[in-house]
Design a protein around this ligand. Structure first.
Ligand SMILES: [Zn+2]
Ligand SMILES: [Zn+2]
Length: 221
């Protein structure tokens, strides 16, 4: 990571102060973690933050809510999901984010204890503007995001961070989301009898009388 990028991310972070106390730090951290400027990450960031606001909920420190992101894996602007993760604290490692693979720029945040949920989508014009911009032209030609000259993305990134929610986002009414039954987490570990590596106990499989990890078992689940 370049020193001038860190300075730039700090400066861009200051544009998020209008979102609330400390949001400048959240945005700066999001940029450091995400690693580049782009069109979709800030859209996810604003969508995630609006969902929290609609639910009157804080950024997630524990495991009390989930994010269902409607982007997929084989299309542009998937960075939306990182913006959602970093704004909401519903992260991959905490297992609080799912991709629904619809290829749509929307997210539902749902609170586990009472099922209160809201879906926030990016309005069509904002998505069309992102896909019609010079940054996306470079991406279509195969230029990696961090190699696109910043002049083609910096202003639109800042605009996404500073514009009013209702100009480019639409939040649903708060509704009740029904969570599918969740398996109990395992706090026990064991050793795979083939590769010898540690495995969470509930991920061990038995193959030919041996307790083995999934890759060694060659089972899919
Ligand atoms: Zn990105
Ligand atoms: Zn193994």
């Amino acid at each position: 990571m370049k020193k001038e990028d860190l300075k730039l991310y700090h400066e861009i972070g200051t544009h998020a102060t209008h979102l609330g106390e400390f949001w400048d730090k959240v945005l700066e951290s999001a940029l450091i973690v995400h690693g580049h400027l782009c069109g979709a990450m800030p859209l996810g960031f604003r969508a995630g933050r609006l969902a929290l606001k609609a639910l009157e909920a804080d950024r997630e420190p524990n495991m009390a809510k989930i994010a269902l992101v409607e982007t997929g894996t084989a299309h542009a602007a998937g960075c939306f999901a990182d913006g959602v993760q970093l704004a909401t604290g519903c992260t991959f490692g905490k297992n609080l984010i799912r991709k629904l693979e619809y290829g749509k720029w929307a997210v539902t945040i749902a609170i586990k204890k009472d099922g209160r949920a809201v879906r926030v989508r990016v309005k069509n014009e904002a998505i069309e503007a992102m896909f019609g911009g010079k940054f996306m032209d470079h991406r279509r030609r195969g230029v990696p995001p961090a190699d696109v000259p910043k002049e083609f993305i910096l202003e639109s990134f800042k605009k996404t961070i500073t514009r009013p929610d209702d100009e480019f986002l639409e939040a649903s009414e708060v509704f009740t989301y029904t969570f599918p039954p969740a398996p109990k987490p395992s706090f026990n570990i064991d050793r795979c009898e083939i590769c010898g590596e540690m495995v969470a106990e509930n991920k061990l499989r038995v193959k030919e009388g041996k307790k083995v990890c999934l890759p060694c078992s060659e089972y899919m689940i």
